[in-house]
Design a protein around this ligand. Structure first.
Ligand code: ZN
Length: 66
C-alpha cells in the first residue's frame, strides 16, 4: 500500500459513507411530504395508492378489464 492509497482509501470510504447518509436523509425528507394528501394534507402513510379517504383524492374505483 502506497502512502497515497493509505490516505485515499479511508477518505474515499468516509466520503462514500457521508454521501450515503446524505442521500438517505435527502430521500427521507423528500418522501415525507408525499405521505400526505396533496389536496387536504391528510396523512396517507401506507395507503397512498388507495387515495385519500378524507377528500377523495386519487380514489380509484375498481375497474374490471376484459
Ligand atoms: Zn385528501
Amino acid at each position: 500500500m502506497t502512502p497515497g492509497e493509505f490516505i485515499l482509501i479511508p477518505l474515499g470510504a468516509s466520503v462514500l459513507l457521508v454521501g450515503l447518509i446524505g442521500w438517505w436523509v435527502w430521500k427521507r425528507e423528500r418522501t415525507r411530504p408525499s405521505d400526505q394528501c396533496p389536496r387536504c394534507g391528510y396523512d396517507l402513510r401506507g395507503n397512498r395508492r388507495d387515495g385519500c379517504p378524507e377528500c377523495g383524492w386519487n380514489t380509484r374505483r375498481p375497474i374490471r378489464r376484459l
